[in-house]
Design a protein around this ligand. Sequence first.
Ligand SMILES: NC(=O)c1ccc[n+]([C@@H]2O[C@H](COP(=O)([O-])OP(=O)(O)OC[C@H]3O[C@@H](n4cnc5c(N)ncnc54)[C@H](O)[C@@H]3O)[C@@H](O)[C@H]2O)c1
Length: 312
Amino acid sequence: MSGYDQTKAKGPGPQEFYENTKARIQKIQSHLANSPRGTRLKGKVCIITGVGSLKGIGRASALLFAHEGAKHLYLVDFDSTNLPDLKATVERLYPDIKATTIQGDAADEELISGACERALKEEGRLDVFFANAGIATRNPLEGTTSESFMNVMRINSLSCFLAIKYGSAAMKSTNASRGKTISGGSIIMTASVAGLRSGAGTIDYSASKAAVNSMAKTATYQLQKTGIRVNSICPGLIETGMTTDTFDYARKRGADAKIGQLNPLGRFGVPEEIAQAALFLASDDSSYVNGQNIAVDGGLSSSHPVIPGRWA
Ligand SMILES: NC(=O)c1ccc[n+]([C@@H]2O[C@H](COP(=O)([O-])OP(=O)(O)OC[C@H]3O[C@@H](n4cnc5c(N)ncnc54)[C@H](O)[C@@H]3O)[C@@H](O)[C@H]2O)c1
């Protein structure tokens, strides 16, 4: 007898595991309600794009940034439907935080340069640009046209280029009266595990996110010695507006317990978990993290393809 408990090594059965997952996610999503206000972004002026979706990464990040004391949030989305609610929610929960909503396209040069100029004019500084807006596509290769390909590149990649170009110019600007005496800031972009390797998205979406990952690396050298850091986040499967159809379909088929089973954590992620990575990168906690593509994917991208349970 070795005394080795096989039952424990195998872990809980599928139903118990799924119940544990739901409890885990409920705890993660109640973080803001149950945690005291923080100061990790105290005094920082931030732009976030793609904040309009009620279940999105952008909105979760805006609320977390406010919770952590960001001075002024400039919140951009081309869909204006939920912008008033986001502004009202920030102001109700965090009356000391300024929230300005801007309806427009994150890939529009004038809009992005204008948002950066506005931050400088109103606050005298820009510290964080979280370029998060993006769209997904579903078309297989034969249904992908030159126009649809370029549209995805425009929204997902060009938007990040503009964030780097105009965000960094604004971040170089100093203003002693507003407490910024040296150039610096953090540019964060939402890429995807689809931008790391194949198997997580269509050809145009994956190419557009690979471009974002590349820009995170290239921009750091273009911006060397400015104190401006550039990184991308590569989410795995996250339950947001973008993936609602996938989750609804699985739930309708009674397959909800199987969602996300391909990564070693064995579950999908929620927007609040990506927001925490964005908060880390936005804050001075990550002051030496630069030029990285950080996967937040439950471990999905850490492995070659493996049959679930194979090495368990
Ligand atoms: N959900 C996932 O599983 C997942 C995985 C990897 C990467 N991502 C990326 O995360 C980012 C956020 O997406 P989400 O999952 O929160 O989806 P979402 O659809 O819930 O939110 C995306 C938001 O971006 C906005 N948007 C789209 N194009 C825009 C544009 N041109 N200008 C301004 N706003 C625009 C939409 O209106 C929406 O509010 C995207 O870049 C997406 O590609 C998501």
